[in-house]
Design a protein around this ligand. Sequence first.
Ligand code: 6R9
Length: 609
Amino acid sequence: MTADMPPSEVRPARDPVRKNIALLAVPPNLRDYDATCAGFSWEAAGSLLDGLPGGQGLNMAHEAVDRHLHEGRAHKVALRWVGKDGDRRELSFRDLSEETNRFANALASLGVQPGERVFVMMGRQPELYVAVLGALKARCVVTPLFSQFGPEPIATRAEVADARVLVTTPELYQRKIQGLRARLPGLQHVILAGAQGAAIPATYRWDDVVAAASPAYTIGPTDPESMALLHFTSGTTGRPKGAVHVHAAVLAHRVTGIHALDLHDDDVFWCTADPGWITGTSYGILAPLCSGVTSVVVEAEFDAQAWYSVLEREKVTVWYTAPTAIRMMMKLGVQAVQPYDLSALRFAASVGEPLNPEAVVWGLDAFGLPFHDNWWQTETGGIMISNFAAMDIKPGSMGKPLPGITAAIVRRRDDGHIETIDEPMVDGELALRTPWPSMMRGYLHEQERYAKCFADGWYLTGDLARRDVDGYYWFVGRADDVIKSAGHLIGPFEVESALMEHAAVAEVGVIGKPDPIVGEVVKAFVALKPGYEASEALRRELLGHARKQLGAAVAPKEIEFRINLPRTRSGKIMRRLLKARELGLPEGDLSTLESDEVKTSPVSPGATS
Ligand code: 6R9
């Protein structure tokens, strides 16, 4: 286990940010944490959901969209889209209901069956939201993918999931997907949003199949336990894992929207995440829509000034963002925020990576509000640990478990059983008591990997943490080699595999190298095959190759050549040792080290980028 971020060093103790409920502009939904937790049951919370008419089950898209039509919100703005060029488009709950009905009808007209997988890969444009919700209405299984992904991550995920339908844009299709069609025989239908002019062979134009379809649709009976979303996440080894989420998860989206994000009916909510990351689906689509609030969708990528303009112009009241963006804003300083009137903003939250204590406090200086860190994972489907609006914040802590969630710090015993560590301030693995509605129900086709995440009624998160005397949880590090870069969870194996495909590469080890802004950057150590010389040109070629295969978000930023790499006796590259050496940390237990690298590599060019 690597606890390479001792909290005592990285997160100095700071004074808590005290809350006085009487001074908050809007009384928080969760006012008394202990009493709410004590009185909470998921069964009772179920009354927050509507259910399909006639007792036909539970469907996420009904909860997110259609229920609002008979609850007086038909004309309320559901999505306010801010385009790259500043153009805006508003979709009321009725508009969204009709558009998603058209999409569900389009799938039916193509013969797509419930349970079949629909991939949606495009920038944050309205069609993305319509396709995700429309496919849920059709009881298909939806996978949103990052539009920045290169062909390799797309193909792997489409193969694992056996994708039947892909919704994308003409530009992305031609650049990344056309060349993969032969490899994906199961991909029967490609729908191109924004396609104009002559049809691209083997694709449909959105306008022909979706815009032309009927706006009336009745959602079929939906078993709450049927698969709704498949979100991919990375492990240390092997292919990316498809975490299965069911329609019943929507209860967790609804409840965490109330308790962790403090959503109220008249809020204007902005989640900055892309739906390619589960945060952008659970909290960029489902939680706000289920809560009936207006949700702002911003198409453009991060730009501090543009973001402040959005907060000001759209009068955002609740904002959910991520540490990398916050650190980039901090770099520009408080003075960059001052020209904007952000008086509408009343609650700000962050997720995805450790949030530095100074970032929490910077929020107070810049926005008059602290950032509320919260913690969860693709596997948990929704927020599990959070700093709440009414609760004092200890900067650097992830907060306390949500009502309905029991967390613990545990140790895995050699006999496979779980021991909870009840004393405070002891490092161990963060575990959650099963079940809860948005808990993943499987890794698609990977029963064994799934089973390994559970023991004795606990879900084991793979994160190391500690709990203090007041019950606040503190992130310590990951128990595996998975990399978090700018919020993206990156499996080193996926990066290594792409580099291994290059003719010059003999072996590769990939690590996350700490970075003050993006958390970690991906760095690859490469040993070359005989006959290849390390050179700056080759280094650039490998960086380019990886970028083309994987896309910019996943590809390494740095490549360093080595004569050979440290391996275990069983032949595995010792990433941990590469990392320890890179950081000048103790090398730890080397008993399994088989071959060692040449420490002072004679390979000089381009040690880093
Ligand atoms: C929602 C999401 C999950 C991993 C998780 C942990 C890291 C998330 C964090 C955090 C420290 C926080 N993580 N939130 N680390 N503090 N508040 O991020 O899902 O992409 O699956 O990543 O991210 O390591 O295990 P996912």
